[in-house]
Design a binder for this molecule. Structure first.
Ligand SMILES: Cc1ncc(COP(=O)(O)O)c(C=O)c1O
Length: 348
């Protein structure tokens, strides 16, 4: 049985969170002399002299409409990278607990674990880039707090089989984190619908990919109220700045534009795949549910350096386990993709 009290670090259970000026007074007032801000304004066209809403209420109300989830199940962070770090800090005792990661996968799970001095148990994906459920079951011990699953997975691009994730959710007493940074590009449904079913599920999404706001650093975690309460207690008080909150809210009104870009990205992805198939140094192109493709080549580093020389940067993943010879290529604008294709066609 999942019991958050057996998972939480003792220091977090005992924590009295920072109480900010904006937490202590809510309501209407005309004179704010409670937060040591500059009352005159900012030396800019827009005023940012006031601290932002610590709980990002306006953004959460909009996310509630878009995602169909109550505000109490929504955490907003300074990128979803912040949510990853907060999960470590809330649940993993440094030097004692461990988490399971399933490489090849997003690199920040390992980095965050290292920063927090938490051991990672690595259970490689299968050759089809799916979960090795037996391996994961064997790796779990009494100190395993979190399992990170990225779906669609970075850098492989494929979605992880839904039933396999559900098997983990049903059998693991710790938290299963499903990172859906690329879900907007996927043929698969989000796991958000499963939140009512599984108390140990955390779904992460971000405004950095399909929403086109990587520079604003806004990410989300969706989970049971008891998990969200903990994450809010542990986060820095003003973790999402005022400019990002305002711009994210504005962007979240513009669903149509984002959906158009998603459609165009998928069309462009198909075109790129067709063109790559014709190139003799391409050995394999893995099926993608994301805005990038993983391409196995005869000489990843040679092609990478050739492209750099031409001013085109892709991601060389050849040193990543199970990705030998692979380049990860993000789908760009039609012009960028054409430039890439034409340049690759000249590679010898
Ligand atoms: C799988 C995955 N999760 C999370 C992130 C980070 O998202 P954010 O920009 O919201 O921190 C990335 C960024 O590349 C990613 O690939």
């Amino acid at each position: 049985m999942f019991d958050i009290n057996t998972l939480l670090r003792q220091n977090i259970k005992n924590l009295t969170p920072y109480s900010s000026a904006r937490d202590e007074f809510k309501g209407e007032a005309s004179v704010f002399l409670d937060a040591n801000e500059n009352a005159f304004g900012s030396p800019l066209d827009t005023a940012y002299n006031r601290y932002p809403d610590p709980m990002q209420h306006a953004i959460k109300l909009r996310l509630k409409e878009i995602k169909g989830l109550p505000v109490r199940n929504i955490f907003v962070g300074n990128g979803s990278d912040e949510a990853i770090d907060i999960l470590f800090r809330s649940f993993c005792n440094p030097g004692v607990d461990n988490v399971i990661i399933v490489p090849p996968t997003y690199g920040m799970y390992q980095v965050s674990a290292n920063i927090n001095d938490v051991q990672t148990k690595k259970v490689l994906l299968t050759d089809e880039y799916q979960l090795n459920l037996e391996g994961i079951a064997e790796a779990i011990d009494t100190h395993t707090k979190l399992i990170f699953i990225c779906s669609p997975n970075n850098p492989t691009g494929n979605s992880i089989n839904r039933e396999d994730i559900e098997t983990l959710l049903a059998n693991f007493n710790g938290i299963v984190v499903v990172d859906e940074a690329y879900i907007n590009f996927s043929r698969q449904k989000s796991f958000i619908q499963e939140l009512t079913e599984y108390a140990n599920l955390v779904v992460m999404q971000t405004l950095s990919k399909a929403w086109g706001l990587a520079g604003l650093r806004v990410g989300m975690a969706f989970a049971s109220e008891e998990i969200i309460v903990v994450m809010n207690r542990v986060k820095p008080p003003y973790n999402v700045n005022e400019a990002s909150q305002q711009l994210a809210l504005q962007a979240l009104q513009n669903v149509t534009q984002v959906n158009d870009w998603i459609k165009e990205t998928l069309i462009q992805r198909d075109k790129l795949v067709l063109a790559l198939k014709e190139m003799d140094f391409v050995l394999d192109i893995y099926p993608s549910d994301a805005n990038f493709v993983l391409v196995k080549t005869t000489n990843a580093t040679g092609i990478y350096n050739y492209l750099v020389d031409k001013g085109i940067i892709v991601r060389n993943r050849t040193n990543v386990e199970l990705c030998e010879g692979c380049l990860r290529i993000t789908i760009g604008t039609p012009e960028e993709n054409n430039t890439l294709i034409e340049t690759l066609q000249q590679y010898k």
